[in-house]
Design a protein around this ligand. Structure first.
Ligand SMILES: NC(=O)c1ccc[n+]([C@@H]2O[C@H](COP(=O)([O-])OP(=O)(O)OC[C@H]3O[C@@H](n4cnc5c(N)ncnc54)[C@H](O)[C@@H]3O)[C@@H](O)[C@H]2O)c1
Length: 330
């Protein structure tokens, strides 16, 4: 079988993870890159011994590119994804899918007509313990879910935001929730279901930025479960994400994507030790295993396998919930 050939658009921090992962996948070839900054594209191309295109348009014209990983600032995602889909190429879109629900809807409309497929990166969903927990919930092993606690109390220093698109309304769209917290918001939707009601308090308390660095939200899920979310980038030194799910027959405690405690019908189940990747304190992303699993699955989807994957409709769910949290803030 021919290798699936990848282009990367946007050559910053997360592009390095995409490049490293694509190079480790046997059926994939990292072929080219492009960036709004010619210097960034040329340097990335040199580091990876790949071609640098001068623009997205040039990359789209190339018959040698099958899939484009979009690794640009979040506020650019919608227009870029639409352009790629209109060219009938496949898209791996970094999270968030877009910074507004209405932009997600625009992508969904174009995707209906495109020969290209789209996946939104939500790498935590692919973790083995998340799959296990999903199955425990879906099979009723945990019983009826009654309560969910999601704490995402990260820390980012002033340097992280300084002179960057990060922290801006136009390009980040939000802060502790839309940027860092979206992974956890996506997970509780995936594991527990749709949210019926939301109330919240969303604030900027410790950084000179246009978006929130502190948020608390109360949720009521459609299935009756209640939930609480805390999200921050203002609490030093930063704490690993914790999710606790309480059911009528069991309890699950995740740190990031690792189950650290699981009780089923009163019995403690064995869990492995959690090792931190450091994501709570720095954006220098270390664990690339989730990206690898998701990109491998997406290659299979492009090649016609009927796999469940995180498509444009799934990608919209956490963006919509975060937007509801913002608009319900008192
Ligand atoms: N899945 C994850 O865990 C994860 C982790 C980090 C970042 N991200 C996401 O990846 C995206 C990029 O984040 P980053 O930290 O790599 O940012 P970055 O600032 O390090 O890199 C962005 C790159 O895009 C380029 N760029 C800027 N505007 C552009 C445009 N209009 N067209 C083309 N290129 C443009 C910049 O020159 C830069 O090279 C964001 O949406 C972010 O939310 C996801």
């Amino acid at each position: 079988m021919n290798k699936t050939r990848f282009g990367i658009f946007g050559c910053g921090v997360i592009a390095k993870t995409h490049a490293a992962v694509i190079k480790r996948i046997e059926d994939a070839e990292l072929y080219a890159c492009a960036d709004i900054s010619e210097k960034a594209a040329l340097s990335f191309a040199e580091n990876h011994s790949i071609k640098a295109f001068s623009s997205l348009d040039e990359m789209l014209e190339s018959p040698d590119v099958d899939v484009i990983s979009v690794c640009t600032p979040s506020g650019t995602h919608a227009d870029i994804a639409i352009k790629i889909l209109e060219a009938d190429k496949n898209v791996i879109l970094e999270k968030p899918m877009a910074i507004k629900t209405s932009d997600c809807d625009r992508i969904i409309e174009v995707a209906k007509k495109s020969k290209g497929k789209l996946t939104v990166i939500s790498q935590m969903r692919t973790a083995p313990d998340i799959k296990k927990l999903k199955s425990l919930i879906d099979t009723g092993t945990l019983g009826k879910v009654l309560l969910v606690e999601l704490n995402m109390n990260y820390y980012r220093d002033d340097e992280y935001y300084k002179g960057s698109w990060r922290g801006s309304k136009k390009m980040d769209g939000g802060g502790a929730l839309m940027n860092q917290g979206i992974h956890g918001v996506d997970l509780i939707g995936y594991l527990v279901g749709k949210v019926a009601k939301v109330t919240s308090i969303v604030r900027t308390v410790a950084h000179d930025i246009e978006v929130e660095d502190m948020a608390v939200a109360n949720l009521e899920f459609e299935n009756g479960a209640l939930g609480i979310i805390t999200a921050s980038t203002a609490v030093p030194p930063g704490f690993d994400r914790e999710t606790k799910i309480y059911g009528t027959c069991g309890y699950a405690h995740l740190i990031e994507t690792k189950l650290v405690r699981l009780i089923i019908n009163g019995k403690e189940m064995p869990c492995e030790k959690f090792v931190s990747s450091g994501a709570a304190t720095s954006n220098q992303f270390l664990d690339s295993s989730g990206h690898k699993r998701q990109i491998e699955d997406f290659i299979d989807v492009i090649n016609g396998e009927e796999l469940e994957y995180i498509d444009e409709n799934e990608g919209k769910v956490p963006v919509e919930l975060i937007e509801r949290i913002y608009s319900s803030s008192i």
